[in-house]
Design a protein around this ligand. Structure first.
Ligand code: IPE
Ligand code: IPE
Ligand code: MG
Length: 247
């Protein structure tokens, strides 16, 4: 296990972010490099997620949010999209069996309207199981887009205004946050993107206002506990000012 202590437990050691978010990128390249189909990379990537979620829980992270499928990923071949959806189903089936033992709360974030009824039923089941636990929470973003999320929230607010429940000038940042898929979650302190790409690709646009980013060339299926330790160490060296001046 790493050398970290949760902020709430000690201030001597390095602080572990309460909320870490990861763009799980590089599965396809990982597979291609090995002469495997891209889908083999997604299968390997889902194992990495399991491992990193377990590790996050062990070192005291409270929330882990991962980007698994974006609103733009539908552009891929039907074969690849189908294989990814099957992996979600397989993962959730297994999670339903182990959540109680693992003490992991699981939430799926995104627009579920394009998700199959089978997968949606599994998501409803994990939601229901999650209500019986507290502690570590993993959020998997599926058919998630930061812009889509903001538009969705804006529509919800507009609908409230139209029904006379509230008026436009009452809107605050906190109220808007509560209309996002991430309602109730603290903003991520640290966002990690493996695979060498240095862009956000529509992930947590609102929530990342003051997040620290960590980029690494490691492909997601090769990402491990040591890589996470490195990201947390880098986070601890950052000087977070939130617009203020360093004391
Ligand atoms: C991330 O890996 C998984 C998804 C976007 C679904 P990629 O499939 O994007 O892998 P690369 O970027 O092509 O290597
Ligand atoms: C971002 O990766 C989405 C996920 C990891 C789920 P992409 O591979 O889709 O992003 P781009 O196309 O490189 O920006
Ligand atoms: Mg990619």
């Amino acid at each position: 296990m790493g050398m970290f202590k949760n902020k709430t437990k000690t201030c001597k050691a390095q602080t572990v972010p309460r909320h870490i978010a990861i763009i799980m990128d590089g599965n396809g390249r990982w597979a291609t490099k090995r002469g495997l189909p891209r889908t083999a990379g997604h299968a390997a990537g889902s194992e990495t997620f399991r491992r990193i979620a377990t590790y996050c829980r062990a070192i005291g992270v409270e929330y882990l949010t991962v980007y698994a499928f974006s609103t733009e990923n539908w552009k891929r071949s039907a074969e690849e999209v189908g294989a990814i959806m099957q992996l979600f189903e397989k993962y959730l089936h297994e999670a339903i069996d182990t959540m109680a033992n693992d003490h992991i709360r699981l939430k799926i974030l995104g627009d579920m309207s394009r998700i199959s009824p089978e997968l949606r039923a599994l998501i409803a089941k994990t939601d229901e199981i999650s209500t019986h636990y507290d502690g570590f929470q993993a959020n998997i973003c599926i058919n998630y887009g930061g812009r889509d999320e903001i538009v969705h929230a804006a529509k919800a607010f507009a609908a409230r205004c139209a029904s006379g429940e509230c008026s436009p000038d009452e809107l605050t940042e906190d109220m808007f946050s509560d209309l996002l898929y991430t309602a109730g979650l603290p903003d991520p302190e640290l966002i990690i993107r493996p695979s060498g790409e240095v862009r956000v690709s529509n992930f947590l646009l609102w929530q990342s206002a003051y997040s620290e980013y960590y980029f690494t060339d490691v492909l997601w299926p090769d990402f491990d506990e040591k890589e996470l330790d490195r990201a947390i160490s880098a986070f601890n060296r950052r000087d977070r000012r939130f617009g203020g001046v360093k004391k």
